[in-house]
Each structure stands twice: as structure tokens, then as C-alpha cells.
Design a protein around this ligand. Structure first.
Ligand SMILES: Cc1cc2nc3c(=O)[nH]c(=O)nc-3n(C[C@H](O)[C@H](O)[C@H](O)COP(=O)(O)OP(=O)(O)OC[C@H]3O[C@@H](n4cnc5c(N)ncnc54)[C@H](O)[C@@H]3O)c2cc1C
Length: 478
């Protein structure tokens, strides 16, 4: 048995996947997980649906309870923030809730500290009623503010024993807001537009660029923008928010230029950054993206120190280079692989393809690979794209809906580089076909010849992805 434990910093997707896998592979190994908060093993991804009210209780968003984790033999220490790493001494410094500092030695260390929400460059984000959504306490505070005055409690929200009680009680005392501004039209902004609309709010989305959902490309964005408008959301595209203003509580949003609107709540969702301050001045190098640089096994530049999840880079399957695409499966998968490696059976963390799906009211959107022509050129490709609109099922079968697929390939080699999809009828899951083709380095011609399933209730004879490949393949020949 190794004398010092495998120490994990961060008790969510990457951290607990690693801890669980290591313990399963090597039950005698001591595994200690430090988590600075009270929540562990929670689903960030479900928080918009908790705010909406579709998910009733915060605890529904937990995969494992602290008791489940302890039962796995993992030494879980909540409310313990790791504040320093000494890679020479092979130890971390941990701060207790009482403010004491304790040293903990490690044999192997995993940094799984996630990301943090950006609020800059908007001023006034410290006002009451301005939120970001990064964690269950944020979700609880937002939902408390939306419920009828005085109704929400930590218990009614299902957060008893974990949630930031003071914050919930403060926002529960609010009269429900009527107008909300969402700063940022990324996937969190779009999901939250749906959540706020469900509560009857007048929702305004402010987006600096000319389209929402930038990484999903224009074809998806245009459909989503139409959907948002049809659902009553006011879109302010090409609009830069300057500041949020008010006396203690947010009352107004001001944009560069003349636009200003009165609001009584705001959500700032302008992106995230890797949470790397813990390793900033250590032997752990950062990559170009600002996230922790790792190899194919999640190893950092410091001996026996690993990193995984939103704080770390991963190898991109299209470019072959390391990149930063913070998503849930990436974190779980890398964590699990590192757990196995630390247990003595090395396993690569796996490439990423940047596969992402999001729901915008009725529209389901998917994207994978590289779809932006500038980025594909930077990566050394000569991009050609085609966009098709087709039916999701045989046209005569009830429920068939328009599905828009865009595919991008390299002109010279025909290699598929990326794709996007949007539609109301099971569109999002179809992106997985494109993701599988990317992982297999397939050409568009090979995608066109895939033997995909067909029956009228599920697909037209030519699945939408096949039709897009057929059209793009034709363009490559021109
Ligand atoms: C609103 C929202 C919706 C999302 N929806 C999706 C989705 O639909 N699909 C998808 O793929 N991804 C989605 N994501 C992203 C996904 O949740 C993340 O990729 C995933 O949670 C990353 O896991 P992680 O373990 O790296 O980081 P986290 O889940 O952020 O966990 C990191 C943990 O480390 C702890 N920590 C940090 N520093 C320290 C320290 N010094 N000491 C001790 N503990 C520390 C933190 O408190 C935190 O609990 C969403 C994210 C958000 C915010």
C-alpha cells in the first residue's frame, strides 16, 4: 500500500470520478477529496431546469450524496479549501472553516478545481439582484427570488443542510422580479431565457456579437433567434452592455450608445475561465488557453500531479493540438481515466471533439468539431461547408419537422472537420453521428456511405446527416 494518499482537489465531476475509479481499482489505496464548498457530486447542467421549476429539488441534482461517497471508502472532506500546493514537498495546504491551515501530503495529486464564471467587463455586477449561474447556491438564490414573496425556504428548495441559507432567505423576501436582463447569449443565457420565461418574466438577452450561440454557427443561431423572439424574448444583438446600475439593488442596464432599460434582475453569462489560481506559482505549467497543460494521461508538468475537467486542456481530435473545451463528459471521462492511472493501470483521458448540445425552448441544437472557417484555416485546413434543410422523419409521417444540418470538410482531403444541427424533432442527438465520424477521421464520402437506420417514424430514407454529407461531397468535387 502506498504510504501517502491520492489527494483530489475538487469534489465534483472530474474529482469524484477519479476518486471513485481509483478506489474501485485499488480498494486499499487511501483517497482523500477536498471540496471547498458544501455541495459535492452535483450537476451544474441541471441548474437552469431547477430554476425553471422542471427539476423540483436541489438534491435531485446530486449524483452521489456525501454518505454514498464515504460508503465507497473515499475520505471526503467538505468545506476544506486547498490554498497552496508544494510540488517539491509533495503536499497541499488546506484551510478549514475555522481558518486553520493544515498540511496534507500526497503520493499523487489531482487538480480538479473546475472553472469560474466571468463577470468582467460589465460594471455593477456586485449589486443585489445580479447573478451568475455557476453552482447550486446561485441556482437556489435565483429560484428563491422568482418564487412568490416569502415562499421559498432552504427546505422547500430541497437544499437543507447544504445550501447558502442566508442568501436564499434574503432573495425569498423579494417581490418577484418582472423584467430580467441576460447579459450573454451563450448556452447558459439561452437556457436561462427559457427558465425565466417560464416564470412569466419579460426577458431581454444582450449579445455583443451579431448572433447568439456563437460556437454553434450561423445556421443554428438564426433558428434559435427566431425561436427566442417567437417565445417573447427581446433580443439585443450587436449590443455591448456597459454597466448595471442601481442603489444597492440592480435597477437599470446601460449599453454603450444610448440603449438603457429598467430591470429588476440580471444574469451575467459572459463565459467562464479555468480555475487555476491554486497552481499559478507552482511547477504546474499552464497551456496557451490558460488552462492547465496536460499530456494524454492528464499528467501535468509537475511529477505525479494530474489535472482534469474544466481547469485543464485536452487534445482536440480535429487539430491534434491541446485545447480548452470545458464540458461535462470531458470532465467525467478524464477524471475516471486518471483514477485508473493512479491505481496503476494507465489509461489515456481521450480526445475531445467539442461536442455540445443545447435546448432553446423547442429548438434542439448540436455542434461538434470546428465549424468556424477562420479557425479551420488557422489549423491548416481549406474549409468547405454546406447547409441543408430536410425532414426529421419521412415527410408523410406525423411529427416530421424541419432539420437544418451544416457540415464542414477540408477541400483537399475531404476529411470531415465539424458540423452543426438544429430542429425540433430529436435533432440534438443526431450530432452524435457526426461526432463519431470525426473521431474516426472519416471523409465526407465515407459519411455519405454510412449505413444509418431508416423507418418512417425515425428518419427519412436519407438521414439528415447523410443528406448533408451527400451535398457537401458534391461541392468538394466541383
Ligand atoms: C449552468 C451550467 C450548465 C451547464 N450545462 C452543461 C451541459 O448541458 N452539458 C455539458 O457537457 N456541460 C455543461 N456544463 C459544464 C459542466 O458542468 C462542467 O464541464 C463540469 O461540471 C466540469 O466538472 P469539473 O469537475 O471540472 O468542475 P466543477 O464541476 O466546477 O467542480 C469543481 C469543484 O472544485 C471545487 N474547488 C475549486 N477550487 C477548490 C479548492 N482550491 N479547494 C477545494 N475545492 C475546490 C469547486 O468548489 C467545485 O465543486 C454546464 C455548466 C454550467 C455552469
Amino acid at each position: 500500500m502506498t504510504a501517502e494518499p491520492f489527494v483530489v482537489v475538487g469534489g465534483d465531476a472530474a474529482g469524484l470520478s477519479a476518486a471513485s475509479k481509483c478506489k474501485r481499482e485499488d480498494p486499499d489505496r487511501e483517497v482523500v477529496v477536498f471540496e471547498k464548498g458544501r455541495w459535492v457530486s452535483y450537476a451544474h447542467c441541471g441548474t437552469p431546469y431547477f430554476v425553471k421549476g422542471e427539476v423540483e429539488r436541489l438534491t435531485d441534482l446530486l449524483t452521489l450524496s456525501p454518505d454514498d461517497i464515504e460508503e465507497r471508502g473515499i475520505d471526503l472532506r467538505r468545506e476544506r479549501e486547498v490554498v497552496a500546493v508544494d510540488t517539491d514537498a509533495r503536499s497541499v495546504t488546506v484551510r478549514t472553516p475555522a481558518g486553520e491551515r493544515r498540511e496534507q501530503s500526497y503520493s499523487d495529486l489531482l487538480v480538479a478545481t473546475g472553472a469560474h464564471a466571468l463577470t468582467a467587463p460589465v460594471d455593477g455586477t456586485d449589486l443585489d439582484g445580479v447573478f451568475s449561474l455557476h453552482g447550486l447556491d446561485d441556482a437556489a438564490a435565483i429560484r428563491a427570488a422568482l418564487e412568490p414573496e416569502g415562499e421559498a425556504t432552504p427546505e422547500s428548495l430541497g437544499g437543507d443542510g447544504y445550501v447558502d441559507r442566508e442568501r436564499v432567505e434574503r432573495y425569498a423576501a423579494w417581490a418577484p422580479p418582472e423584467t430580467v436582463a441576460i447579459v450573454g447569449g451563450g448556452y447558459v443565457g439561452v437556457e436561462m431565457a427559457e427558465a425565466f420565461t417560464a416564470h412569466g418574466l419579460d426577458v431581454h438577452v444582450f449579445q455583443r456579437g451579431d448572433h447568439v450561440l456563437g460556437p454553434f454557427g450561423e445556421a443554428v443561431a438564426e433558428r434559435v433567434e427566431t425561436e427566442l423572439r417567437e417565445q417573447g424574448v427581446t433580443l439585443h444583438l450587436d449590443t455591448e452592455v456597459d454597466r448595471l446600475a442601481g442603489e444597492g439593488r440592480v435597477e437599470r442596464l446601460e449599453c454603450t450608445g444610448d440603449t438603457a432599460i429598467d430591470v429588476d434582475m440580471a444574469l451575467v453569462g459572459v463565459g467562464i475561465r479555468p480555475n487555476v489560481s491554486l497552481v499559478a506559482d507552482t511547477a504546474v505549467d499552464l497551456g496557451e488557453s490558460g488552462a492547465v497543460a496536460v499530456d494524454d494521461y492528464g499528467r501535468t508538468s509537475a511529477e505525479d500531479v494530474y489535472a482534469a475537467g474544466d481547469c485543464a486542456e485536452a487534445r482536440h481530435t480535429v487539430t491534434g493540438e491541446f485545447d480548452w473545451v470545458p464540458l461535462g463528459l470531458t470532465a467525467n471521462r478524464a477524471g475516471r481515466a486518471i483514477g485508473q492511472t493512479v491505481a496503476g493501470d494507465p489509461k489515456p483521458t481521450g480526445d475531445i471533439a467539442g461536442t455540445a448540445v443545447v435546448k432553446a425552448f423547442e429548438q434542439e441544437c448540436g455542434r461538434v468539431g470546428i465549424v468556424d472557417h477562420e479557425r479551420t484555416r488557422e489549423a491548416g485546413f481549406d474549409p468547405v461547408s454546406e447547409t441543408i434543410t430536410t425532414a426529421s422523419r419521412s415527410g408523410y409521417y406525423p411529427g416530421a419537422a424541419e432539420t437544418v444540418v451544416s457540415l464542414t470538410a477540408d477541400r483537399e482531403t475531404g476529411r470531415l472537420l465539424g458540423g452543426t444541427i438544429v430542429g425540433t424533432d430529436r435533432a440534438a442527438v443526431r450530432i452524435d453521428t457526426v461526432a463519431t465520424a470525426l473521431e474516426g477521421d472519416m471523409t465526407v464520402g465515407e459519411v455519405e456511405n454510412l449505413d444509418l437506420g431508416y423507418a418512417p417514424p425515425f428518419s427519412p430514407v436519407w438521414d439528415p446527416v447523410l443528406t448533408a454529407a451527400k451535398v457537401l461531397n458534391g461541392s468538394l468535387d466541383e
